[in-house]
Design a protein around this ligand. Sequence first.
Ligand code: HXC
Length: 517
Amino acid sequence: MESMKSKINLLESKKEKALAGGGSERISKQHQKGKLTARERISLLMDRGTFEEIGMMVEHRSRDFGMEKQVYLGDGVITGYGKINGRLTYVYSQDFTVFGGSLSETHAEKICKIMDLAMANKAPLIGLNDSGGARIQEGVKSLGGYADIFYRNTIASGFIPQISTIIGPCAGGAVYSPAITDFIMMVEHTSYMFVTGPNVVKTVTNEEVSAEDLGGAQSHASKSGVTHLTAKNDLKAIEKLRQLMTYIPQSCEEKTPRKKYVKKDEELRPALNDIIPQSAQHPYDIKDVIRNVVDEDSFLEIHKEYADNIVVGFSRIAGRSIGIVANQPMSLAGVLDVDSSKKGARFVRFCDCFNIPLLVLVDVPGFLPGTDQEWNGIISNGAKLLYAFSEATVPRVTVITRKAYGGAYDVMNSKHIGADINYAWPSAEIAVMGAKGASEIIFRKEIKNAEDKEAVMKEKEEEYAQKFAHPYRAAARGFIDEVITPEITRQKLIKAFEMLENKKKELPVKKHGNIPL
Ligand code: HXC
């Protein structure tokens, strides 16, 4: 009969084996690439000493290609739970040192197990993806494993927050798990995502492209918009993940976390009175407005390099998490186009899923005209943003700083589509279009017949501006609740979000809506 001591020794030696991953040689290779190991990542991500591993002894079941002789305890993925900023979070971290982090049947089962736990216990799930894709030796079993994960990602969507960090390769169908989750973060130069790699691209389309250009962090941050966040290295990615988690509740049933807020001053922001340029044609940086209304250093921008004519991100006002959607006059005059509409809509929907109130800053000259936009579906893509706002039941506050023209006025969280409080600065122009364009159309004849066309044009433009280029017609109808001096915007927002704290709005019961995808 073996003694307990020898049984414990066996356990310890198995644990040691599991902790060694694919062995020291492969671990140093991982480090040489500037990457951390799967375990190092987890220990940095979770609050110290809180991580509990599940499934450390799991082995693959493959008996082909001599796989029975290559068994690594844990099978290439570390799964478990712990705390981030004191709150329960589930995590899986693929271990590239074991079969390149590739996904076997058992590897997938481990991930599914913690996904089920995360759902049952209503807590977020974070994936750290560093994988060569399907475990080639296992064939279809691996594909089945992927589909089991995709299915769970979908069912969990909108119920618990799911975040994917691409921290190594992610290719083939494997990209679809991250794509279904709420946020993707990519690490610069060491991660990539593509459905088909450069070799297949070359064979099929004859295009020559590097893995980095095809699916690196920069390409997905600025061109495709697939990634919402990027980080310089593993460490920075983990820091950003922890920061992101501070804004997000545990599940759709919870309110957003609140940070302790100590009022420092009167919350007046006199700088905002001087932010709007004299000329309506001149830009200013909407992020200066954001910085002046939110709590200090609390803004985390999402999708920073994609469609920068709209700015979206998380922030705090008097300690409460909010989501911000703001037109950016610095880029394309803040116009709404296909990409910015999609970007805004996706963000609004995330906030609405997870009870994060919305602040919308409006300075929008309209939708971008042109064949490119029309043929790329500005109609159905613009409708996404309209739909997302209309459907959102979270507290919604709007501030119109300058232009709110045409259909874009309606779309950008207007009163008519369910915003709770709508403010306008005295500089707001709420109209069908700008004074110049409007007067050119409605006074076309007078201008055409005039001797001094320039002078008449100016006069008519002035006339139109006097009548419509201000917020008071909209305020007279109650479309705007209050015209406020810019400097008191923060004070007003603090009160408005506090007032809306317990807002409850139910939509008609239905299976689900049909957003114009
Ligand atoms: C099994 C794999 C593997 C895989 C890598 N390895 N990918 N083992 N299945 N998919 C193993 C390697 O054999 C190697 O083992 C170790 O992992 C490290 O791989 P290297 O090639 O040495 O690393 P590196 O040079 O950094 O290249 C990484 C890589 C490359 C670019 C990911 O390994 C690669 O191209 N792998 C194959 C990728 C692929 O085609 N996957 C299937 C995609 S299709 P040793 O023992 O030497 O350490 C797919 C379908 C999903 O995923 C569909 C879902 C619906």
